[in-house]
Design a protein around this ligand. Sequence first.
Ligand code: CAA
Length: 381
Amino acid sequence: MDFALTEELSMVRDMARSFADDHLMPLATQHDRQAKIDPSVFPAMAELGLWGLTVPEAYGGSGLSNVALALVLEEVNRACAATGVTLSVHSSLVCAPIDKWGTEEQKQAWLPKLASGEVIGAYSLSEAVSGSDAAALVATATQDGDEWVLNGTKLWVTTGEQAGLFIIYVRTDPTVSKAKGITAFLVPADTPGFEVGKAEKKTGIRGSSTNELILNGVRLGPEHILGEVNRGFHIAMDTLDGGRIGIASQSVGIGRACLEASIKYSKEREQFGQPIGNFQAIQWKLADMSTHLDAARFLVHHAAWLRDQGQDCGRMSSQAKLMASKTANFCADECLQIHGGAGYTDDFHVERLFRDARITEIYEGATDIQRIVIARSLLRA
Ligand code: CAA
């Protein structure tokens, strides 16, 4: 067993850290206030190869591991969680399933564009009637000759406004049990009948867009089907096993930002004639934050490593997300408490961290869904 990062992993992490420090950190407040990621960010990420980190080299990516992606996502999210979730969804919910389930033609058509950042990807599973109960979705695709015709409304789609390619899950067989009649379609944003609808106004990660999608007679040939007809739910779930590692990495990044802000403020802020870091009440908060964060990071790296080995990582990825998202919220709460009244104003970025942390316990499977996945795995064993 070796806890040290390889030279390559250290280099990738350091590259992401300096990009995050120099480019993202100064823009994160602007992203939040303007509810928009600065136009300079995506091309800068493309220049560093961040969009294609885990895409195989044969399709224009860097062919790096899920551990490398986790390290990069921690750094990016430590600086800006809105940018971080965009990268996480693109990498783990779009590039990864195309690489795993796509035909050679689909890989050739999409992976090079996704790896270069020419096209940004989005994943669309949820609907008004199907959040936690993902298999209850009702948007449909019906067959008309060779083509499929998609109708319905999808909700809460991350990166809706910027994405050029959407993986959309719809019902293709209403006669079988819920999970067995769902198919994944690759839908380019410029397909007639496809429209990006209402943008959500969110509590946190405001720089990242979250939209409704309207499917109004979207006609697609069979070459747009990802994997097999009626096997889409398996793809959605397997994909989320990877995606949850990304959100767990995001959580560790946000939590680390909270710890770093707390250490800095504890040294600067004086009360009762001394820095507040001298008080045991503050010291214990810092100690607990650090301990929870290190434990969460180990789970994240273990889950990513299992995925890299091609082993079942479902339980570990849910454990990582459960632990890391709770840790992010714990750290954000303690961080705000340490900053007191100042932390409750927008003079300090800790109020943004507090708002950004909250979503990590909700998207890509709410906390209680992670517990369901973990418990089912334990009881099956
Ligand atoms: N990998 C592959 N297949 C899987 C799987 C996995 N991890 N988990 C389940 N399956 C398969 C099962 O084997 C089963 O297959 P068969 O029908 O062939 O037997 C099928 O899927 C149905 O499985 P379940 O009976 O377990 O399904 P369920 O209806 O009980 O749902 C659930 C399980 C875990 C609750 C699931 O609905 C779930 O994960 N819900 C949360 C949804 C979610 O995370 N949404 C995130 C939206 S995307 C997002 O948030 C992205 C973003 O914007 C940032």
